[in-house]
Design a protein around this ligand. Structure first.
Ligand SMILES: Cc1cc2nc3c(=O)[nH]c(=O)nc-3n(C[C@H](O)[C@H](O)[C@H](O)COP(=O)(O)OP(=O)(O)OC[C@H]3O[C@@H](n4cnc5c(N)ncnc54)[C@H](O)[C@@H]3O)c2cc1C
Length: 494
């Protein structure tokens, strides 16, 4: 996903290894069934609106966003469930069923989440940092404490809820960022707030409608897109990049390179370590991956909402398995997405498209996916059978599988990590690899593994931030940009 800088006067050429836009936000179509490959949830719709507004467009002219309410249903191992909704009275009834007295505290939790959301967008996520001292200025430090970025998510949520089920239901959202709630900063309380306070949204046609809309926008702005053209090397010489070499050997010269390929992969595979060493590379931590099932069902599956979360038995232990022991939890939690609940056109009439995401470790020597995959699959169907869907497997018409090896192979995601570099305290803000290389000053980065972080809205913000960097660079070079007239050439390695 990328926001082009063509509007600012750059001549933008995009080289993308796959055969269309989207990257991880891709789409799979088989025999009339359609699935989003990666993201399924639009949070923070205002960031998407802002992207279109920045280019003088209205998002409504490109995308139809539909609100999903109820948001999702979570199923616990004891057979109970809770349906989450932004409708306050219903939400109150649901929470009180599980933990009497919790609704009042839920409102306080939401109020804190709103503060965290605003502080994060205004002070951490929405701006470039010029080094650690910039981050730790007295003003920003005060905000860190107010947003509770110094506390752990699970411990913080436990101040509001006593019941383990609600603690799990209000913390699992850190897995949208591929990190454990036991390790991630409490500032991610902003995630349940955005879901419940701002809503979960879905573009008609599926999430893939977003890259299609951005692709249209990019073309209208004069960006040239080259699909099926992998970059083999980002060329560097004397502390500058001079362009890229494509697979097949063609060299494309450029005044600057903006790399959207996963940053750790780019440093490890596309760059010469002599010119652009990957500092801290060995020490950096990665997010989890996802074992995916894309199922086309012969008939509709009653009882499932658009978004469903199935919790496994040992909530805390499952994160230790994924992030420390690098093994698939014995009884894994997983997420089932049924996009046909909101947009029936995504499957043939009377049928359903199902997407199952099982959070699993990133690639590791412990895990051979040819062996693990079928075991995980069997566990998913066993759990779904226990939840009242004993014949689900027999009702499959079409099935596709994606493992951490596929995430690595298809999109060049380092370690097959689905969400990029982890977002623990020491890998956010200025501690996260920067969007401009410290030595090669005309080499820029955008996307999930650079600042500010992962998730669709965040990578759109990343595009805005790197555009500011590009403009600063152009200004320092004394380059006069003529908006939309195409000077100077900028190479974008997708
Ligand atoms: C399973 C899953 C579920 C998710 N769910 C959500 C969700 O519900 N909501 C949400 O907001 N976010 C979600 N995310 C996160 C979100 O998808 C990512 O943060 C975001 O899409 C990352 O965008 P990006 O541009 O950084 O990377 P990418 O989309 O991976 O783009 C990088 C591009 O670079 C290309 N590339 C790589 N190497 C080369 C090369 N050498 N030459 C040319 N091209 C190259 C790749 O093919 C790819 O197109 C999810 C991610 C996954 C995997």
């Amino acid at each position: 996903m990328r926001r082009p800088s063509a509007r600012q006067g750059f001549d933008v050429q995009v080289f993308e290894k796959t055969h269309g836009p989207g990257g991880r936000c891709n789409q799979l179509q088989v025999d009339g069934f359609t699935w989003d490959v990666g993201p399924t949830i639009v949070l923070m719709p205002e960031v998407f609106e802002e992207t279109f507004r920045a280019l003088g467009r209205r998002i409504e002219d490109y995308l139809t966003l539909v609100r999903c309410d109820p948001n999702y249903r979570v199923h616990f191992r004891d057979g109970s469930d809770v349906t989450f909704t932004s409708e306050l009275c219903t939400m109150g009834r649901e929470l009180e069923r599980v933990e009497p007295g919790s609704f009042q505290r839920y409102l306080a939790f939401m109020a804190q989440g709103r503060d965290q959301y605003r502080i994060s967008l205004d002070h951490f996520v929405g701006r470039n940092f010029n080094g650690v001292s910039d981050y730790f200025s007295p003003g920003v430090l005060a905000k860190i404490f107010k947003a509770r970025a110094h506390r752990r998510m699970y411990a913080d949520v436990s101040r509001y809820f006593q019941d383990d089920r609600l603690r799990a239901a209000m913390t699992f959202q850190t897995m949208y960022l591929g990190v454990s709630p036991f390790e991630s900063p409490a500032v991610y309380g902003l995630l349940p707030f955005t879901e419940l306070g701002v809503g979960i949204w879905f573009p008609k046609g599926g999430l893939y409608a977003i890259p299609l809309a951005l692709e249209r926008l990019a073309r209208e702005e004069g960006v040239t897109l080259h699909y099926g053209r992998a970059v083999e090397r980002i060329l560097t010489e004397g502390g500058r990049t001079t362009g890229v070499r494509l697979a097949g050997g063609e060299v494309v010269s450029a005044d600057a390179v903006l790399c959207n390929a996963d940053l750790p992969y780019a440093y490890e595979k596309l760059l010469d370590p002599k010119d652009a060493p990957f500092k801290r590379g060995e020490k950096l931590r990665f997010t989890s991956s996802g074992y995916m099932l894309y199922l086309g069902m012969k008939k509709r599956v009653p009882g499932l909402l658009h978004h469903n979360v199935m919790f496994g038995r040992d909530y805390a232990g499952s994160f230790d398995d994924i992030f420390q022991r690098f093994r698939v939890p014995e009884d894994p939690s997983f997420y089932v997405n049924v996009p046909t609940r909101t947009d029936p056109s995504l499957a043939p009439e009377g049928k359903d498209s199902l997407y199952v995401l099982v959070p699993v470790p990133h690639q590791h020597a412990n895990l051979d996916w040819a062996v693990e995959g079928p075991k995980v699959r069997a566990k998913v169907f066993q759990r779904l059978a226990e939840l009242g869907y004993p014949d689900l497997e027999a009702d499959i018409e079409v099935e596709r599988v994606f493992t951490p090896d596929d995430w690595a192979g298809t999109y060049n995601l380092a370690r097959g990590s689905a969400f990029g570099l982890a977002q623990n305290f020491f890998q956010i803000g200025p501690f996260r690899p920067a969007n401009v290389d410290p030595r090669v000053k005309n080499l820029f980065f955008v996307g999930a593994s650079t600042q500010p972080g992962t998730g669709l809205p965040t990578v759109l913000i990343s595009a805005r931030l790197v555009t500011e960097r590009l403009m600063e660079w152009a200004h320092k070079q004394g380059v006069v940009l003529s908006p939309r007239q195409g000077v100077p050439a900028v190479e974008v390695a997708a």
